[in-house]
Structure formats: C-alpha cells, structure tokens
Design a protein around this ligand. Structure first.
Ligand SMILES: [Zn+2]
Length: 324
C-alpha cells in the first residue's frame, strides 16, 4: 500500500502535475470521464503501472464509502478482531485518501446571507478590491425596502465577482416553522424572489435551516423545511447549507469568533476533510455583520490571512463541489 501511494507521487510525478492542471480552475469535475477504477488502482495498488488519477470524484467516493475486507469463512476470527481489522482498514484508506486530497486544490466559498442590508455595499467593495469571488444569498423584500438597498442589490447584481442566489423573498418573516409548514407557500416565496430579483441560478439557501440537497446528497438538519426543500429540488433547484459560520455583532463590529478562531476552524475542516465535501469549505456570514468599519476590517483581515497562509481558491457556489 505504502508503495502504491509513494509511486503515485514519485513514479507518476510529471503526469500527476499534468493531471493537477487539467483538474483545476473552472473545469466541471463531473464532466471528465476517465474510469474511476484507474484512480483506485493509482491509490491502493502496489502496481508500478499507475494510471492517471481522474477528476471523477473517486477520492471523495473512497472517503465516504464503507471499507471492505476479505474474510476467511473457514477459519473465522473473533468479532473483536474483525472490528479492529475494520477500524485499521478504515484508517489506512482514509490516511491514503487524505494524503492524495492534500495535494489537490482546495476551495473556499464565502457566502453572505440576508442582503441587501447595511453592510452589502462594503462587501461588494471588498470583493472588488481583493478580487475574490463571493456569493450573496438575497432576500427580495430587503431590496425593495429603500432606494439605497435597491442600489446595493444592483451593485451586487452588476459585479462579476458576486453571484446572486435565492434566500426567499420574505425570509419566512423569521417564523420558520410556520413558513415551512406550508411547503407550497414557501415554494412560491422562493419563486417570487427569483422573478423579482431576476436571479440567474437555481441555487437556494433556506432561511433558518442548514439543509443540503444536490447531486447525490440529501442532508436535513430539521425535518421542518424538508418538504419545501424536496419540492424545490424536484423542480430543478440545488439547496446548499454551510460548513462553518462566522458571527460578528453587526452594530458594534465585535467578533463572536476572532479572525484567528474562524481561520483555524476553516483550516481544520479543510485538513480533516470534515466539511460536506472534502477540499471544499462553505463559510456562512451575514451582510449586516459588516455595516461598520470594524467589521469590514475583520473581513479584510480574514481574506488576508487565507491568502497569506493558504492556496485556497475563492469560488462561486454554482461551481460547488469540486470533487476529486
Ligand atoms: Zn437568512
């Protein structure tokens, strides 16, 4: 096994780099079609004929899959020994997959909820100044509350570094259980938001719920909300939650988690592969956190820290997830 991993990084060095280049950037990882078996061989076998790893999500699959062991049915071992063997095998597979994933690009998604609000204008300027992609999950009702907020929405909309997504028109009036108890009503609220804000992408975050439904993933945090999410998914929407949340007192700009704490949290999720998708971390923030200078400086400081200490790529949710 060790030889297998080693050969992946030594024997196949040049090809491996070529593969890195082809998997990176805006390429849709699911569009590539080399066989998944080739990657398995590259990672797990002792063979000297390593095949190029592919961008088909094989590593992610191996990370998630239960392990398989060959057992001798004629001379069975004890239950305890078997459990131990499975644990060891699981660790061995995970270590090798983590090692391979660590060599690959890592993706961070800055997502801002509830805009346009006081704070949106600053976020828009910071995205431009730092040249990073950001994601805004918008609430239509806010955009029509004042001329100023309408302008801020338009700024987001016109900024190529900002993608605008759907966070419902009314934000469920902040009464989430009532809102989701009428799935059709909630669904219509999202549709109204899409129409009124001229949203281009069928990408949604549910107010008050960390629910994910996309591709082969369905994860529900609270049952109330599930039927609305399922209805949206059936009608072509992707529903995204978040991995890590950063909180700052909007009015005072006083952080509940410091820049260092939130940065460490993001790094841990990235390194431990404990986010929803390995090598992809979705950070949730709210627009009103950045309504004063203090909060804005913290946001810039987090971006600085990430750019100085990592090679994470800032991405749009429409490209989520990058699977290897
Ligand atoms: Zn919200």
């Amino acid at each position: 096994m060790r030889n297998g991993v080693k050969s992946l990084f030594t024997f196949g060095g040049v090809f491996y780099l070529m593969w890195l280049a082809s998997c990176s950037g805006s390429m849709d990882s699911r569009a590539a079609n080399p066989s998944q078996d080739s990657l398995k061989l590259a990672v797990v076998s002792d063979s000297k004929t390593d095949t190029l790893p592919s961008c088909t999500g094989s590593l992610t699959k191996r990370w998630r899959e239960p392990v398989h062991l060959m057992v001798d049915t004629v001379n069975p071992i004890s239950k305890d020994s078997l459990a131990k063997a499975i644990r060891l095998e699981r660790r061995r597979v995970r270590d090798s997959v983590r090692l391979a994933l660590d060599q690959l690009p890592k993706h961070i998604y800055f997502t801002f909820d509830d805009g346009p609000l006081r704070g949106s204008k600053a976020i828009d300027s910071i995205a431009k100044a730092r040249k990073i992609k950001i994601n805004a999950f918008l609430v239509g009702k806010h955009a029509f509350m004042s001329k100023g907020l309408k302008r801020d929405y338009q700024k987001y909309y016109d900024n190529p570094l900002v993608e605008c997504y759907n966070h419902s028109y009314t934000h469920g009036n902040n009464k989430f259980t009532t809102f989701y108890s009428n799935a059709v009503g909630a669904y219509n609220d999202f549709e109204k938001n899409e129409t009124d804000l001229k949203l281009q992408h069928k990408i949604i975050r549910l107010p008050g719920r960390n629910i994910w439904i996309y591709d082969d993933i369905r994860r529900i945090d609270l049952q109330s909300g599930a039927s609305t999410a399922d209805m949206l998914y059936t009608n072509g929407y992707k529903i995204f939650g978040w991995d890590v949340e950063w909180k700052i007192h909007g009015l005072t700009g006083k952080p509940i988690q410091s820049v260092h704490e939130i940065y460490t949290r993001i790094r841990n999720y990235m390194n431990n592969k404990s986010s929803m998708e390995p090598n992809n971390v979705v950070l949730l923030m709210h627009d009103d956190m950045f309504q004063n200078k203090k909060g804005q400086q913290l946001l810039s400081s987090l971006i600085d820290t990430i750019q100085t200490h990592t090679d994470y790529r800032f991405e749009f949710m429409q490209d989520y997830p990058f699977r290897y």
